[in-house]
Design a protein around this ligand. Sequence first.
Ligand SMILES: [Zn+2]
Length: 438
Amino acid sequence: MYDHRKLGRELELFDTDPLIGSGLPYWLPAGAVVRHTLEEYIRGVERRAGYRHVYSPVLGKRELYEISGHWSHYRDDMFPPMDLSGERLGGERLGGERLGGERLGGERLGGEQMVLRPSLCPHHALIYRSRAHSYRDLPLRMAELGGMYRSELSGVLGGLTRVRAIQLNDAHIFCAPEQVADEARAALELIREAYGALGVSPARYRLSLPGPGGKYVGDPGMWRRSAALLTEVLDAAGVAYEAVEGEAAFYGPKIDVQIVDSAGREATLSTVQIDFHQPERFDLRYAGPDGAMRRPVMVHRSVIGSVERAVAHLIESHGGAFPPWLAPVQLVALPISDAEVPHALALVRQAADRGLRAEAAGPQRGTLGARVRAARLVPYQAIIGAREAADERVSLRLRDGRRLEARPAAEVLAGIDLLTSAHSTDLWTDPRGQAGGR
Ligand SMILES: [Zn+2]
């Protein structure tokens, strides 16, 4: 297996700078393309599955996390709160109004404490609560690819796997108790679909249960109920799993989809969690068919987990040879001599018109062999010599070494477009119906 930190730098996907700080990588253009493409794919999958997307701020008042329970159960993993002193705020004017004067967290008078959020759930609970809901609105699936923060120790930081600023593919499904199992099952199915498109496979499924110690919220009945539901979902999905104590979230048990990194360390990528706690804490309601107010359940789920960890895993499991739809550059046009450079540039333009990411590498970049080697991770290499140029054809060389006979440029682009639009991991499917390999 490859080390994503080494490959990430070689392929110019991301980097870090001590002045920004460890655990705070930045994304270079090629990495940003991968990230953007991945995020758009996930949003598309979620839209089709009935999710609606929101945006919410990465900060909230400390009080919000006192209500959610993060402050008392999760504070060790949070950044220290920021004091907005009454004096400073009093001196500034926001919209002509003076802020401050509010008593927060029982400690500060005249100021506020703001917290970098450790999760998106509290914001989503408030968004749910901001509108009245009836049983007809449920299940209400709220999704966001949003920032959250974790105060990791600097010793464990490195590359994209342990970061302090996390972009999470998150969603919360607010549903009636009898809808929970179906929603959790559907979430697990989304995870399987995404793994198929990404060409990754889980190391194992884990049913994460609470362990001894006081870091979990109360009510044993609630824990039993949630664990029974998740067990039912895992059994119905027909996947092998292990139940592990001590790995639950503080508010509920979860299904964790585990992956293994290049150093052999296991980590959680995707999760499905059942939560009776936060709906209670935030007093979330919906009107039942009889008009009586009822309490929804929250299903927390993440299909690819954090974008950082997902990309790290993709780099390592594919050795930088991303599935064609995700590759930073999908097609490289290689003119054999200067005479075919205009044809190569025209091909790049046609590819771009189709939304494909293409570039040309002309003879000034070395021999054809050297250029093919330099583009070894690019899924499609279109070689254009005098013969091909004469009748608008290209000879396609696939990343796995296969060569296709010269064919019209338009046909080649249509074939690539078909596979990448379908988020296929195949490199080529012959128009006559023969499936290609990776
Ligand atoms: Zn959540």
